[in-house]
Ligand binder design. Structure first.
Ligand code: GSH
Length: 220
């Protein structure tokens, strides 16, 4: 089947993985811009004239639609195939619940996790106050997920939806750098659910093998 379009991103970007997993579940394909260089391509005049924020992922559809924000790109890709009902919801209630978890992932997971991982990836300075407050925020979010997942297989409906992919993408860097064995043992349902999503047959080739973090890096 013809490609839906071209996505610009760097390798290992969970926001782009979310989009690619949506495509995989929907039986659709999209291309990844082959020569993209983070910090260079996305700051070039040509890129900025299409996408002034200079952030990735961004997407150009084969029909010329230009999209930034991974949530909007995911929605477009989800709408473009036979699993759109599964991914986006079949009723007003399902669509609202799925949207709720998409927003939760952006605000309550990417929000606290980003400052926790930046210095651990060597991309910023350690700040003790920020580390403490971000960990507190992350624990509140994980407590909420753990309570919600009691008796549930999936985040919003009874099948894998964009809610699951968005929350898994939001936790991807967290499980890579922050949520180590000790921390994840406090959140068994969330940890099991995360594996259920990232090890789904269609999702796994996108998210890659999950390698549990033994002990997170402590402050420098
Ligand atoms: N809300 C946006 C966030 C995009 C974003 O922050 N992307 C980062 C990389 S993961 C970026 O491109 N940063 C470059 C910059 O801020 O200059 C989305 O979901 O797409």
């Amino acid at each position: 089947m013809a490609s839906l379009g071209l996505m610009f991103t760097y390798p290992g970007n969970p926001r782009a993985m979310k989009v690619q997993a949506v495509a995989a579940l929907n039986g659709r394909t999209l291309e990844i811009a082959p020569d993209f260089v983070m910090g260079k391509t996305n700051k070039s005049a040509e890129f900025l004239s299409d996408f002034p924020l200079g952030k990735v992922p961004v997407f150009k559809s084969t029909k010329g639609l230009k999209l930034f924000e991974s949530g909007a790109i995911s929605q477009f890709v989800a709408e473009s195939g036979p699993a759109s009902g599964q991914l986006l919801g079949n009723t007003a209630e399902e669509r609202a619940l799925i949207r709720q978890w998409i927003d939760f992932a952006d605000n309550e997971l990417f929000g606290p996790i980003t400052p926790l991982i930046l210095w651990r990836y060597g991309m910023g300075a350690y700040n003790e106050d920020q580390e403490k407050s971000s960990l507190e925020r992350l624990n509140i979010s994980l407590d909420a997920l753990e309570k919600h997942l009691g008796g549930r297989q999936y985040m919003a409906t009874n099948q894998l939806s964009l809610a699951d992919l968005s929350v898994a993408a939001g936790l991807y860097w967290g499980f890579a750098q922050v949520i180590d064995r000790e921390m994840s043992s406090k959140y068994p349902l969330t940890s099991e659910w995360y594996l259920r999503i990232v090890e789904n047959d269609l999702v796994k080739p996108v998210f890659g093998e999950h390698k549990p973090l033994e002990v997170r890096k402590s402050h420098p």
